[in-house]
Structure formats: structure tokens, C-alpha cells
Ligand binder design. Structure first.
Ligand code: PBE
Length: 268
């Protein structure tokens, strides 16, 4: 198939995730930047639905274009490639930040310190995601990782006072990467004696929750591009504790067997 046929083959559809995701906004921006508006449609859904579609297509060697990101288990399980993005619509060199509510440091200094010291690497996150993908419950996979990496966990908890049942509420979106990170920091806090609640919400309410103080923290802010709009909106009400993971990537993603290399190839 020639690149110009790819649009027809996929019905001019890009399979996306939840509408609140920054990746959806970036994809809309890319569609504008590359002149794909009008012809192409970005399909809303969820990351679980998207990976199910990917699996179906991949098994049949059928063409599919998805909104992808790293770290994610899909890049280990399938042979995929990011489409080149010469216009830089998806930004580059993002980190994932920890964001807490105002007042947490004063009211719960131990938990604040652990959240502030939370930091790991893509390969760590991939380990947890892989176990979950293979059927392990997220809290079990997190527990396993925590027990397998005492040295890292020790760095997070170093100098932080132990909890005595104080409540800590974490909010997250059911993106595979964030299911992993939130469960892991939740397990670490729990182990230090905190009473941790994990609440799964949509992207907007995740940021609103920390901004209005109904949640204590999130470890899922992709910056400086993907979630920048949310940060701008709430910057006076939240505290950015900086990166907990560096080395991410986002963009339009296709199986390696597809004959296209760049987002520019999607324009007929
Ligand atoms: N994602 C990818 C988030 C951050 C980057 C799906 C995990 C999002 O798009 O909002």
C-alpha cells in the first residue's frame, strides 16, 4: 500500500483515548498543524478500548493509527513506531510531575515528604505495567515492585516521619502508566503507616480535585506540554513538586508493518 492509501484503509480515523487526556488535545493540534482537519476524525474512547482495537488490528496485520505514549506496555508487546512529527505538535522531552494541594506540607509533612521524594524510571514503571497487563491486580503489582526495590523506596521515605493512620487521598486517571505509578506511591505511603485512598477520575476532575483540596495529590501531570492547560488554570491553587519520572514520549503510533513514517504521510 502506498502512503496515500493509508487514509482510505483506516477510514480516515485515528483511534484515541478519553476526551480529557492531554494527548487528545495534542492530537487535535497535530491534525490542525498538518492540515488533516475535515478529512480525518479523532475517535474518543478510553485507553483500554484503544489497546483492544490495537490488539485486534495487530493480530490481523490490519492498518490502525492510535494515540500512543511511552512508558506503555504496548511498545513491549507489539512492534510499533511513532510517526515522525517534524512540526513538533506533540512537544518533546516531557516529564511526569507530582502535584499536591496547598496545605498538605503543614498538615501532613510525612506524606508530603514521601510524595516530594517519589522518583523512578521508565523501566520501573514498565515492570509494574507489564505485571498488570499479564493479569496481576494493580495493588498486587505495586506491592511486588515495592518489595523488589527496597533501595528506591528507602530513598522516597528517607527522613519522612512515619504515619499513624493519617489519610492521604490520591487521584488518577485510568491510563496504564498512571494506574502503575499511583498504585506504587500509594503502596509506599501505606507501608509507612498512612491510610491511603486511590480514586479514579477523569482528567479534568483529577486536577480540580487537587486544586480545591478534595484530594491531596496526583502523580500524573505530564509537563511542559500535555497537561499545561490544566496547570495554567490552577497554578495558584496547586503545588508542583517537580518530576517523578523523566523520559516520556507521545505521538501518533502505528504498527511497524504500516508503510508510513511521518504524520505528513497522512495528508493525501
Ligand atoms: N497519557 C499520555 C496522558 C498523559 C500522557 C494518556 C498518559 C494524557 O494524554 O493526558
Amino acid at each position: 500500500a502506498s502512503p496515500s492509501k493509508v487514509g482510505e484503509q483506516v477510514d480516515y480515523k485515528i483511534t484515541g483515548i478519553d476526551p480529557g487526556a492531554g494527548l487528545m488535545k495534542s492530537t487535535e493540534k497535530a491534525m490542525k498543524d498538518y492540515g488533516l482537519e475535515g478529512d480525518w476524525t479523532l475517535i474518543e474512547g478510553s485507553s483500554a478500548a484503544m489497546t483492544a482495537e490495537l490488539q485486534k488490528a495487530y493480530e490481523q496485520k490490519e492498518p490502525i493509527i492510535i494515540t500512543g505514549w511511552t512508558p506503555h506496555w504496548m511498545f513491549t508487546k507489539y512492534k510499533l513506531k511513532y510517526l515522525e512529527d517534524p512540526k513538533g505538535s506533540f512537544g518533546k522531552g516531557e516529564s511526569i510531575h507530582t502535584i499536591v494541594r496547598k496545605g498538605l506540607e503543614e498538615e501532613n509533612p510525612g506524606a508530603y515528604k514521601i510524595l516530594d521524594q517519589f522518583s523512578w524510571e521508565p523501566k520501573d514503571m514498565e515492570e509494574v505495567m507489564g505485571d498488570i497487563q499479564e493479569g496481576m491486580k494493580p495493588e498486587e503489582a505495586a506491592e511486588k515492585w515495592i518489595n523488589g526495590h527496597p533501595d528506591k523506596v528507602k530513598k522516597w521515605t528517607d527522613g519522612a516521619q512515619k504515619g499513624n493512620g493519617e489519610k492521604v487521598s490520591l487521584v488518577y486517571v485510568s491510563w496504564e502508566s498512571e494506574i502503575a505509578s499511583t498504585n506504587v506511591i500509594g503502596a509506599a505511603l501505606k507501608k509507612q503507616g498512612y491510610d491511603v485512598t486511590l480514586k479514579q477520575v477523569e482528567a479534568g476532575p483529577m486536577f480540580t480535585g487537587v486544586a480545591n483540596g478534595s484530594a491531596d495529590a496526583l502523580v500524573a501531570a505530564w509537563l511542559p506540554t500535555t497537561h499545561q492547560d490544566y496547570i495554567n488554570e490552577y497554578k495558584d491553587q496547586i503545588i508542583d513538586l517537580g518530576p517523578n519520572l523523566e523520559g516520556t514520549k507521545l505521538g501518533l503510533t502505528v504498527p511497524e508493518y504500516m508503510p508510513i513514517e511521518s504524520i505528513e504521510d497522512l495528508k493525501k
